[in-house]
Design a binder for this molecule. Structure first.
Ligand SMILES: NC(=O)CC[C@H](N)C(=O)O
Length: 193
């Protein structure tokens, strides 16, 4: 059984830990570089990416996180976590940094200007219908050649789930709906790597 950490600086950590356990993984909270070293993979939760970036800097986690991602550790980011895994962001605050890893540009609060929060049924990775919850969600503005699109959503058929090798990101929050589909997909990815 893989041990998957959930970055526990800020955000909906508990919900991700529960979803990972439902998907057959051992879930542990990760706050310190030493804890990061012990996990096979990492989930970066939803929350607020500006706060997460500031806390990651304060706790001296940003470089260790970048190093493990560069070393091939599988990671999954939902919503704010998607922003944290993006190589480039739009509408960030002054100086906002990410962990990076996925060759994409993510626009913060993109759906938010039109619809603050909403739910939609989307097709995820060709696995059929999945109920997706979007909360002041980002969308993926553009992707590099190595990035695979796993889901799109209205309005305007925006990219809301992507994968690049061992890295997965969704604009939405599968951890909030008690459907372990995305977490099961991630646990399978972790087993492959
Ligand atoms: N639900 C969420 O994670 C919202 C993300 C938030 N808008 C951000 O910029 O980080």
């Amino acid at each position: 059984m893989p041990t998957i950490g959930v970055l526990a600086l800020q955000g909906d950590v508990r919900e991700h830990m529960r979803a990972l356990e439902d998907a057959g993984a051992k879930a542990v909270a990760v706050r310190r570089p030493g804890e990061l070293e012990t996990v096979d993979a990492l989930v970066v939760p939803g929350g607020e990416s500006t706060t997460m970036w500031k806390l990651a800097t304060t706790f001296e986690m940003l470089e260790p996180l970048r190093a493990r991602i560069a070393g091939g550790m599988p990671a999954y980011g939902s919503c704010a976590g998607m922003i944290m895994l993006a190589d480039r962001i739009q509408d960030g605050v002054e100086g906002q940094q990410t962990i990076g890893g996925i060759d994409m540009t993510v626009r913060r609060n993109a759906f938010g200007r039109q619809i603050d929060s909403f739910e939609a049924d989307i097709d995820f990775a060709g696995r059929g219908g999945l109920r997706a919850v979007f909360i002041r969600a980002p969308w993926v503005e553009s992707i590099g050649p190595e990035v695979e699109v796993l889901a799109r959503a209205e309005p305007a058929d925006r990219i809301v789930a992507v994968r690049q090798g061992p890295l997965l990101a969704t604009s939405f929050h599968p951890e909030l709906i008690g459907d372990a589909g995305v977490h099961s997909y991630f646990v399978e990815m972790v087993r492959e790597f």
